[in-house]
Design a protein around this ligand. Structure first.
Ligand code: ADP
Ligand code: MG
Length: 241
């Protein structure tokens, strides 16, 4: 589905991504891990060009995303869902309206948008909170609305950038449970950036470890966390033991 080749991105003198290549298969659940600042967010943000890389190729179904015109890019972004650490819901809108908003803005009629938003909110267990505004929801519930907002587009690929990192520890679990369920049903192909080791162990088809803008190791969790070949892999192994 996705083939990234020789990707580079520099911020000033800092090489945030330094010759990264990675392929993702349709249906795969890939967990991307590595120390803070190693380039995980930059990498996934280049995939829908929230960040423009300096060099490289990103093929999505054999089309180079980096040479897409604005109208093609706009269509592409509907096929790729993004769940962020900070969910940025619109405070004056209800949960249902937050999920409908983007759909309606992109030209969908209200009735279809409402049906899709209802379905997406049910998938994340938020059907009982449709009329609640973000301030009336816990952080975990707000993030589940954030997930529903991405799901409503029925994206082929979902990218998750530390979706539990800003949550209170007691709220992390409810979001991980939803993520795990979506992964199990193969709701979409997924690239998940997370520090949640137990989630990675249970759910990932493949773990990809990054360090200093490069991929240093990849493989099944049973391989990467048991017989790591990289220093970073060794550190994760020690955390699990
Ligand atoms: P990660 O998500 O793995 O924590 P990032 O991809 O966010 O890492 O960042 C990689 C490196 O690039 C870090 O050193 C970070 O400080 C730097 N960086 C990221 N975005 C910017 C930016 N817009 N301007 C300058 N430096 C940035
Ligand atoms: Mg990050």
């Amino acid at each position: 589905m996705l083939v990234i080749q020789d990707l580079h991105k520099q911020f000033g003198n800092l090489r945030a991504i330094d010759g990264l290549s990675l392929s993702v298969n349709t249906g795969e659940i890939l967990v991307l891990m590595g120390p803070s600042g190693c380039g995980k967010s930059t990498t996934i943000r280049t995939i829908n060009r929230l960040i423009e890389p300096d060099q490289g190729t990103i093929l999505f179904h054999d089309t180079n995303i980096l040479s897409m015109e604005p109208d093609e890019l706009q269509k592409l972004r509907k096929r790729i869902g993004f769940v962020f650490q900070h969910f940025n819901l619109i405070s004056r809108l209800t949960a249902l309206e937050n999920v409908m908003f983007g759909l309606v803005m992109s030209g969908m009629d209200r009735e279809t948008a409402q049906n899709k938003a209802n379905d997406a909110l049910a998938k994340v267990g938020m059907e009982g909170h449709l009329d609640h505004k973000p301030a009336q929801l816990s952080g975990g519930q707000q993030q589940r609305v954030g997930i529903a907002r991405a799901l409503a587009y029925e994206p082929e690929l979902m990218m998750w950038d530390e979706p539990t990192a800003s949550l209170d520890p007691i709220l992390v679990r409810e979001v991980l449970v939803v993520m795990e369920e979506l992964a199990r049903y193969r709701a979409s192909t997924m690239i998940v950036v997370t520090h949640e080791l137990s989630f990675a162990l249970r759910v990932a088809d493949r773990i990809v470890l990054m360090d200093k803008g490069k991929i240093v190791e990849e493989g099944k969790p049973s391989q990467v966390f048991v017989n790591p070949i990289s220093d970073i892999g060794q550190k994760y192994k020690e955390l699990i033991e």
